[in-house]
Write a protein that binds this ligand. Structure first.
Ligand SMILES: Cc1cc2nc3c(=O)[nH]c(=O)nc-3n(C[C@H](O)[C@H](O)[C@H](O)COP(=O)(O)OP(=O)(O)OC[C@H]3O[C@@H](n4cnc5c(N)ncnc54)[C@H](O)[C@@H]3O)c2cc1C
Length: 510
């Protein structure tokens, strides 16, 4: 008889592991608390608009391709990917260049064009960009072959002789801020090179420079978008999972993981129903799994441990339907705060509502007519903020006014507010209630050095046999493709595959 795997949660990690394990001969049931699959990559539609609620940047196409290949599928048979050009636009608050204020730049993932831009911002920096990206590309290859697709059991799995020598040579253990400053002097360029850490829920002051691989991902590989929206990826994963016999249960919150003789034997839903299993994999955030789904004796980490964790930011999000088009915007737009350090400090060190925030505006309707009614724009405005802050509905309303005023001024869209015909907020309390995220963090655990590789919560429980974890809180970490890698890692655990690179071929379970 096939072994039965129950997966709690249907985010990228949950769906990815469901696909891989079902194809390898397990019987798989995915149990999701919400009305639909996708986790943080949820979607909602209203008044003719379709809003991707979370991720919007399709990065690391090679990782998606690897995953689809393992499943015997081709990305292009499921997704109509467009490479964005420009990749994104940055508005620097209050910075004037050549009499133009604010400074607005387009990043293109076309090295020659990007070099021209860098030379305008800092003469001589073009060659430095080449050097920086060559090093990032090299490190990305090493990371993929030796670190990202590897399970960690001992300190020597990470800090071996090679890593230490190579790591010191490349200075990847210093923080990103210092690392970037060695290459570039212009404040604007330093911000451009550091902002990619936002994808990892981290700050340049607390993140090791080994994550400069993000610049390779962004500049060298480019930014893509699946037509129809990010949720098309979730649709594809669910379709593939079903093809291999995975059963899905939605609107089914798990209340506890059942344990007998220190072994996970299934789950109990909030309605009291029990679903027995040989293996349980939790794709829910690990803090939630440990503190709500496991008995105290089965928890691996203490309250003190969780208090000391660095959480990735939460976010204040506005989903906006705009009457008329907004030609000032491209698909991805970033507004950078003046005082970078203070903004990160208000998120990580001295939690408060950001006073001079950086923000992100996604406008998928620039590329995709299906996500907004004709002649209207679909905008998602996101302001990273500290997790765990308290607020009322009125606070959100007044903060939104502040943000919209800034956008009107910085992006030179004076009538933006007048043209809003749909406005919906999503903030840290919604992250906590919709996804069971700790203190409403949007992304999970930040990628500090002490929350990387061996130091990140492991994907196998030390206390409960047959209990595993998958998703952003375990290795390798945050991001859609990265969570697909975490699915490969959990597959490796179950199949006793100790290799350190991407899986070559799926084997059948015995
Ligand atoms: C606003 C935002 C923007 C982002 N932008 C990008 C981007 O542009 N590009 C990118 O690659 N990544 C981005 N990310 C990150 C990326 O979306 C996540 O890292 C990834 O989707 C997380 O997947 P996961 O496997 O950890 O599962 P999650 O998405 O965290 O899903 C976990 C699932 O478990 C379910 N669950 C929790 N508790 C229970 C329970 N008790 N019973 C049953 N089910 C339960 C939850 O409902 C949820 O569906 C973004 C994230 C956010 C929030």
């Amino acid at each position: 008889m096939k072994k039965h795997v129950v997966i709690i949660g249907s985010g990228f990690g949950g769906l990815g592991s469901a696909c891989l394990l079902a194809k390898s001969g397990y019987s798989v049931t995915v149990i999701e608390k919400n009305e639909a699959c996708g986790g943080r990559a949820s979607v909602f539609s209203k008044q003719g608009y379709t809003f991707d609620m979370g991720p919007s940047w399709y990065l690391m196409p090679d990782v998606f391709q690897q995953f689809f290949r393992l499943m015997g599928e081709r990305v292009e048979d499921h997704l109509d990917l467009k490479k964005l050009s420009p990749s994104y636009r940055i508005f620097f608050k209050d910075i004037e260049k050549n009499g133009v204020s604010p400074l607005v730049v387009n990043l293109t993932s076309n090295i020659e064009k990007d070099i021209l831009l860098f030379e305008q911002l800092e003469p001589g920096s073009g060659q430095q960009l080449r050097n920086y990206l060559a090093s990032a590309a090299y490190q990305y290859t090493i990371a993929k072959d030796r670190f990202m697709y590897k399970n960690y059991d001992s300190i020597f799995d990470f800090f071996n002789r090679d890593t230490l020598i190579e790591g010191r040579k490349l200075s990847v253990f210093q923080n990103m801020d210092r690392y970037v400053r060695r290459y570039f002097h212009s404040d604007e360029i330093q911000k451009i090179m550091q902002y990619t850490l936002v994808f990892l829920g981290s700050s340049p002051y607390n993140t090791p420079a080994l994550y400069n691989i993000m610049s390779h991902i962004d500049f060298n590989m480019g930014v893509f978008y699946p037509m129809g929206g990010i949720y098309k990826i979730i649709d594809a994963l669910v379709t593939i999972a079903k093809k291999h016999g995975v059963t899905f249960r939605t609107n089914a919150p798990v209340a506890k993981i059942l344990i007998e003789n220190k072994k996970a034997i299934g789950v109990e839903l909030e309605n009291g129903e029990r679903i027995l299993a040989d293996i349980v994999i939790s794709n829910a955030d690990i803090h939630h799994t440990e503190t709500k789904l496991l008995p105290h004796s089965a928890r691996e980490h203490s309250d003190k441990y969780w208090k000391k964790r660095v959480l990735a930011p939460s976010a204040f999000i506005m989903y906006l339907g705009i009457n008329g088009r907004v030609p000032e915007l491209t698909h991805h737009n970033l507004v950078f705060s003046r005082d970078w350090k203070k903004n990160f400090s208000e998120i990580f060190d001295d939690p408060k509502w950001p006073t001079d925030p950086s923000m992100y505006v996604s406008a998928p309707s620039v590329t995709d007519p299906t996500v907004a009614p004709p002649d209207k724009e679909n905008l998602c405005v996101l302001v990273p903020m500290a997790p765990g802050l308290d607020y009322s509905d009125a606070d959100l309303e007044s903060y939104s006014e502040q943000i919209l005023t800034t956008l009107e001024r910085e992006m030179k869209i004076p009538d933006l507010r007048k043209r809003i015909e749909l406005k919906q907020f999503f903030c840290s309390k919604d992250f906590a209630s919709r996804y069971n995220s700790h203190q409403g963090t949007a992304l999970g655990l930040a990628h500090t050095l002490m929350q990387t590789a061996l130091f990140r919560p492991n994907n196998i429980s030390k206390k409960v046999d047959n209990l595993y974890y998958v998703g952003a809180d375990t290795n390798p970490g945050i991001g859609m493709p990265v969570c697909l890698i975490s699915a490969e890692l959990v597959w490796k655990r179950l199949m006793n595959d100790k290799s350190s690179g991407p899986i070559k071929e799926l084997r059948q379970t015995k």
